[in-house]
Structures are given as C-alpha cells and as structure tokens.
Design a binder for this molecule. Structure first.
Ligand code: 5AD
Ligand code: SF4
Length: 449
C-alpha cells in the first residue's frame, strides 16, 4: 500500500486538551507531506495514531483500552502500523512498548517532527521510541501550518494557536511539566503569521493556547502586547485565550478585555481550591483573597464579563472545612462555567505521594455538591440573560435540530438559533428568548457588527 506515489490513510484519535488537538494538526501536517490522508475508519487505515492525555488516571486508562481494541485490527491486518504520541507516550514510552507488543512507534510531545524518520525506521522493522526533548529548537517551536485540512475542519471558523508550550509552575498535582517540559514562548511574528493564515482559511475566532498562557514573553513582547497586535489583524473577529494562571492575571490584562474590541468578554481563571491551606499544598503561589480581589477587579473593569474556572475536589488532606471554602468561592464569584475534577494521583507528581489521600466516596460526594451548586447558580444567571441582546458567531448547523444553527456569544455561551438563514462564520445579533441547562436559545434580530 505504501508504494511510492500512492496515497495512504491515517486514522488519528486525539484525547485531552486543546493543546493536544493542536498537536494533532501538526501530526497531520507531517503526514500530509508523506501523502497520507485522514480516514475516520481505523479498518481502512495504513497508520493508526493515538495522541494521548495523562492529566487524570481516567484519560490514561482510555489509551490502554483503545490500544486493546485497535490491536484486534492489527491481528486481522498485520500491515497496519500503530503509533502512540502525546503526554502518556512522553511519560510512559518504554512501558507502552513493553506492555503492548502491537505498538510500532511511540513519540513524545517534542518529537512530532521526527515522524517521517520514525516511519521510515518502522518500515525497516524497528520498534521506535522517541521521547527526548529539543530545547530551544526554533524550527519546532515556531512551526506554521501550510495545509488548511490539518485543522480538523475544512473551514475552521474557530481555530487555536499554541503560543507557549510547557510549564514552569510545578503545581504539586500536575503532570504537565513532566509531559510538556519547560515553558517556551513562540516568536510573536511567527504567531501573527499563523493567525493570518488561519484567517485566510476562514477563521473568525482565534483561541491562544498555553499551559500558562498569560506568562507569555518573547523578548520585549508580553502577553498583552501580543493581544494588541492580534487585535489589529484584519478579518479576525474574536480573540480568546486559555488557560491563564491567577498569579499573572493583572489589571493591564483586565483592561485589555475592556479596550481591545476583538478580545472577548470571557475569562477562564482556574482557582482549584477555596482553602489557603490546600492552595499552599498545591503550590499554587497565591491566596484565595487575592483571587477574589482579582475577580472583583475584572468585573469592575469589564462589567458583565463571563467567568469560568477549574476546580479540584478531594486533594490530599482536604477537610470538610477546606471543601466548604471552595463552595464559598463559587458562591462569591457565581461562575458561568466550571470544570470540576476529582483529584487523581499522577506519577512523578509530589501530591500522588502526599499522606491523607481522600477516599473516592468523599471525592464523588464533593464533586456532586459542586455540580449541584453550579447548576443552581447557572439557572439564575441564565434567567437574567433572557431578553438581553448578544452577538453570536455562528459555528454550524445544530446536530439534532433541523433548521437551527449554533454559535457562541462573546461570553462563550453556546446558543441555538432556530430557523436561522445565515451562514456559519457570520456574526448575528440575537435576543435571548429561552434557556436550557447549559445553553441559550436566541432569536435573530439583525446582523452583528
Ligand atoms: N487531578 C485532578 N485534576 C487535575 N487537573 C490537573 N491535574 C489534575 C489531577 N492530578 C485539572 C486542574 C487543571 C485542569 C486542566 O485539570 O483543574 O486546571
Ligand atoms: Fe492532557 Fe495536560 Fe497533556 Fe493536555 S497537556 S493532553 S491536558 S496531560
């Protein structure tokens, strides 16, 4: 099948965060140059790749169970190659090769660019493992895609750009410093070039990605400078970013949300725990009073800004009182959206070995209480939005409601617009007429600005 000149098929499944989705684009870009086309059917594939996530135990388990089922395909078709990339591959490369005999290649987060060489070696019968870091390699860090099809959608209305990689924070629960290495910021010109290409391919919204995105710094260019430059990009309508760290969130960035028309009125700022004692054990480098002050400051600067966060429940040693602190922060801030997780011990991280691990039953109960409180709050927030005017960037047809389009408000609320005759990529003004559990329903009242 891989006779020269013939196209080959790759099946690629991605787990984890937007950074991993972004890396999958880089993987497809490498493979496109080798005449691979994407298939959604692993049975049709010459090459099967899994881009893995290690953030919680569950995500890691998924990798091994998927490898089990994909392995059966290889038993039927021994010619197919199976590769594992991403965060689990970075951390557990050798173990994967040992444990799963059907795997042909394993590559870490900094090794995507070695895929052509790895595939050639694999053709020669080698089982390949590449997980070494390439610090300071500008060619890798400043990569720009040239092929629009690698973005997962033909016309990516909302597209992502990684502006930093890695993390230097070493929060005690987090695997990222071990799977993504030390923090590196890309050259600003290079980011703007990538953004221009994406806009040329139809992108209206750009999400800047980084494990600690607001600590971006390249020479004299700080994060807000980069936002300012992107704001000047013609054809781009919206800018978002994720995830910032509270220690680096400042007044200047809040003012950017107020002053830069393209920067959306939405801030995702993880607080993880409402207890100073737990924050200290998490090595988060900030206190909860500072977090609350920053949230107050941003609300004063940008009235109506939507706020979202990440929360971990059941961190080692978390008492009922500590957990109560988390509920109190939720009550004080009233988030529009939350991502809440049960603490999951990860190898290499200090917190995995902390004493006083919280029993699963208590974690599950605390998580349920978090969701309960959030849903109650959200109902009230949504009720308050009925009758309001919102700008919605249309992203596509509703998957289940015929004639309806879906899009997002500037506050990142998913909004359904029944009977909408506009096209994806357009911005429409809507009046919110109803609410659902996690989304809004709008009626078109005209074209947006
Ligand atoms: N256990 C549970 N949640 C975690 N997160 C990161 N590491 C862990 C872990 N070991 C959560 C944090 C982070 C989000 C991306 O994932 O809330 O902000
Ligand atoms: Fe998962 Fe973190 Fe890796 Fe993203 S960076 S894929 S969240 S472990």
């Amino acid at each position: 099948m891989d006779t020269q000149g013939q196209t080959k098929k790759v099946y690629l499944q991605t787990f984890g965060c937007q950074m991993n989705e972004y890396d999958s684009g880089k993987i497809l870009e490498q493979l496109h140059a080798l005449s691979y086309h994407r298939t959604e059917d692993p049975r049709q594939a010459d090459l099967i790749l899994i881009n893995t996530c290690a953030i919680r135990e569950k995500s890691e388990h998924k990798v091994y169970s998927l490898l089990g089922s994909l392995g059966r395909i290889k038993l039927e078709n021994p010619g197919v190659k199976i590769g594992v990339g991403g965060c689990v591959a970075q951390q557990k490369g050798e173990e994967i090769l040992k444990r799963v005999k059907l795997v042909d290649l394993v590559f870490g987060t900094d090794n995507i660019f070695e895929l052509p060489d790895m595939l050639a070696r694999s053709d020669n019968g080698e089982r390949v493992l590449r997980t070494e870091w390439h610090p300071g390699n500008k060619k890798i860090d400043n990569f720009i895609p040239v092929f629009p099809g690698t973005r997962g959608q033909e016309t990516p209305i909302t597209a992502s750009i990684a502006i930093t990689k890695g993390c230097n924070n070493f929060c005690s629960f987090c695997v990222v410093p071990y799977t993504r290495g030390r923090e590196v910021s890309r050259e600003p010109d290079n980011i703007i070039e990538e953004a221009s290409r994406l806009v040329g391919w139809g992108a209206k919204e750009i999400m800047l990605l980084g494990q600690n995105v607001n600590s971006y710094r390249a020479g004299q260019t700080r994060f807000v400078d980069l936002l300012q430059r992107l704001n000047g990009l013609e054809g781009l309508e919206r800018i978002r970013y994720t995830s910032p760290h509270p220690k680096d969130f400042n007044e200047q960035l809040a003012q950017a949300h107020r002053d830069l028309p393209k920067l959306c009125e939405h801030l995702h700022l993880p607080f993880q725990s409402g207890s100073d004692r737990i924050l200290k054990a998490m090595r988060r480098n900030h206190r909860i009073a500072e977090y609350l002050e920053k949230m107050e400051m941003v609300r004063e600067t940008v009235p109506g800004i939507a706020l979202s966060t990440d929360i971990i429940v059941g961190f080692p040693g978390e008492s009922d009182e500590d957990f109560h602190g988390t509920l109190q922060v939720m009550d004080a801030v009233r988030f529009d959206h939350i991502y809440a997780f049960k603490f999951s011990p990860r190898s290499d991280t200090p917190a995995a070995d902390f004493p006083d691990q919280v029993p699963e039953r208590i974690k599950a109960d605390r998580l349920a209480r978090i969701h309960e409180l959030h849903e109650r709050t959200l109902k009230e927030i949504h009720r308050g939005l009925v009758g309001s005017r919102q700008e919605v960037l249309l992203e596509g047809a509703h998957p289940r409601e015929s004639g309806a389009l879906i899009g997002r408000t500037r506050g990142h609320k998913s909004t359904t617009i029944p009977g909408c005759s506009r096209k994806p990529g357009e911005i429409v003004n809507v009046e919110i007429v109803a609410t659902r559990k996690f989304s809004l329903v709008g009626r078109e009242v005209g074209r947006g600005s």
